[in-house]
Design a protein around this ligand. Structure first.
Ligand SMILES: [Zn+2]
Length: 275
């Protein structure tokens, strides 16, 4: 499976389409409202929910229709026919276009929450009328949605790969090593540093595989494979509690699915070894 964030189904924009029909993504806290098995809610069917609406925002076009996110009151979760899904589980089960929409909905709400006041002068910001930004009129500063680049890497050594786990993850779950870029770093520098800091292994030949938005809270995951030049593992004991080499045909009991970048990288490695 290939990841394509900007697919033909979802176009991220804050410009209305002119089509009077629209669809809505309902958000309660960090959960997404699901009805009849879908989180894309036709406006005509959920219009009554506007009584519970705290906030609305146009996030893009879906098949020619405006797509809005509505932040809703917690009471909505108790209404008949509605249930709330944990964002992470929903994303893992979604295809690329749905994944992109849900990520954007959550990230834009978070961004508005976190930029209500100007970082320079402290005055309240206001949504721009012409673009997706929050403006401080006193400083004439525009604040745009903040994206934080992260590297995520599966380190390979022959027919084995290095997967690690954090202490607070579900039992048996192992995944790729990941970390944020520092200011001034290239993605390749960052992955070399992160792998060495977290598991004590040196790497070479980083190979870019793809990128994916990840709204926890606003990352852009840059996915790589890289070859190990050392074998001994020393976990940092802070971010990583356990790490080891896994043969391609004897992977851990639980790994992420290929719909998310870490799972895609593992799949890419396995496919390559199998030839
Ligand atoms: Zn200001």
């Amino acid at each position: 499976m290939e990841l394509e964030i900007f697919n033909q189904c979802f176009y991220p924009t804050s410009v209305p389409s002119g089509n009077p029909n629209r669809i809505v993504i309902g958000v309660i806290g960090r959960s997404i409202v699901v009805r009849d098995g879908s989180f894309l809610l036709p406006f005509s069917e959920i219009e009554g929910l506007h009584y519970y609406r705290l906030r609305r925002m146009l996030i893009g076009h879906w098949q020619g229709l405006d797509c809005e996110v509505w932040e809703l009151m917690p009471e909505v979760a108790n209404l008949e026919g509605i249930h709330c899904s944990d964002l992470r589980s929903l994303l893992i089960a979604s295809d690329d276009a749905h994944f992109a929409m849900a990520c954007r909905a959550i990230q834009l709400l978070d961004w508005q929450d976190n930029h209500r006041f100007c970082g320079r002068c402290g005055q309240a910001t206001e949504p721009s009328e012409s673009e997706n930004s929050l403006v401080c009129k006193a400083c004439e500063i525009n604040n745009y949605p903040r994206i934080s680049p992260c590297v995520i890497v599966v380190v390979t050594r022959g027919d084995s790969c290095l997967l690690a786990r954090q202490a607070n993850w579900p039992e048996g779950l192992f995944s790729a090593v990941a970390g944020f870029l520092e200011a001034g770093e290239s993605a390749e520098d960052a992955l070399t540093r992160e792998v060495f800091e977290e598991v004590g292994v040196s790497v070479c030949n980083p190979e870019y595989v793809g990128s994916q938005s990840w709204p926890f809270p606003g990352q852009l995951m840059l996915g790589f494979l890289a070859e190990a030049t050392s074998e001994e593992i020393t976990v940092d004991g802070v971010e990583i509690s356990q790490a080891q080499w896994w043969r391609y045909d004897k992977l851990p009991p639980s790994i992420p699915p290929p719909t998310v970048m870490s799972g895609l990288l593992i799949q890419r490695f396995v496919d390559r070894v199998r030839g």
